[in-house]
Write a protein that binds this ligand. Structure first.
Ligand SMILES: C[S@@+](CC[C@H](N)C(=O)[O-])C[C@H]1O[C@@H](n2cnc3c(N)ncnc32)[C@H](O)[C@@H]1O
Length: 233
């Protein structure tokens, strides 16, 4: 059995035991802490989907975080070839552009997936250096509460996995996409490209602002900032 094939089996057993996708304990804990620190209050459906207040963020985390998180992980496993995921995890560093990030849902899903793979590789004593996975992230969202909560969630997650994941940089871009593209381009570290760019659950709000053609063009420009050789969701 090839390493990549048996790795995806082990990974699936961890991420979706008995076929049920769920968040890892570290992610669950950090999301629970965030919910506990946010104010309660009734909010409209729009505010729950696109939070701009503490109350809205609390409602979003309760209603959508887990669902969107597992969908991103599921999509990544279904669309990125296992050998690409393996070699990416082995490099020990990843950079992510999360557009329409909300509270860093897709970015955390990617980091958590790669951290799982590194752990499995280490357990099998493959040639992976025992140093933390280094992550650089650009979060793009016009909502301040999304950017701030997203940053706290990433930092809290890295703290919870002490020593396994380390944040090199989090850049928060509050300009709306696609105007944010030039800031996102600058955020690609030292001329390197992103390993992953994500547009998770952001098509509907974008369609309220732009034509499908304009969004497709912007998505192509975003993809051009990615290191396609390493795999792009
Ligand atoms: C439904 S949430 C999805 C959040 C997250 N990506 C997820 O998968 O759960 C949509 C997010 O897109 C953001 N958004 C709306 N228009 C945007 C734009 N033009 N550029 C960037 N983000 C935008 C909203 O503020 C909101 O946080």
């Amino acid at each position: 059995m090839s390493t990549a094939y048996s790795l995806s089996n082990d990974l699936l057993n961890e991420l979706a035991p008995h076929g049920i996708w769920r968040m890892s304990r570290a992610v669950e804990g950090v999301v629970r802490d965030s919910i506990g620190n946010l104010p309660r209050g009734s909010v409209s459906n729009d505010e729950r989907r696109y939070p701009t207040t503490g109350e809205g963020m609390r409602a979003f985390l309760n209603a959508f975080f887990a669902r969107h998180f597992v969908q991103v992980q599921h999509t990544l496993l279904a669309s990125v070839a296992p050998p690409d995921l393996l070699s990416l995890a082995a490099t020990g560093q990843i950079s992510i552009a999360d557009v329409g990030s909300g509270p860093s849902v897709a970015a955390i899903a990617v980091i958590d997936l790669v951290a799982h793979i590194r752990r499995i590789l280490l357990e099998r004593s493959h040639s992976v250096e025992k140093r933390p996975l280094a992550v650089s992230i650009v979060l793009n969202d016009p909502s301040r509460i999304c950017l701030d909560t997203g940053e706290q969630i990433v930092i809290g997650y890295c703290r919870a996995l002490s020593g396994q994941v380390k944040v090199l940089r989090i850049t928060k871009v509050s300009e709306a996409f696609p105007w944010a593209l030039s800031r996102i381009r600058q955020g690609a570290s030292g001329g390197c490209r992103y390993d992953f760019s994500c547009l998770s659950y952001v098509l509907y709000p974008l369609l309220e602002q732009f034509s499908l053609g304009a969004i497709a063009e912007a998505a192509r420009a975003l993809a051009a900032l990615c290191n396609l050789e390493r795999g792009e969701p």
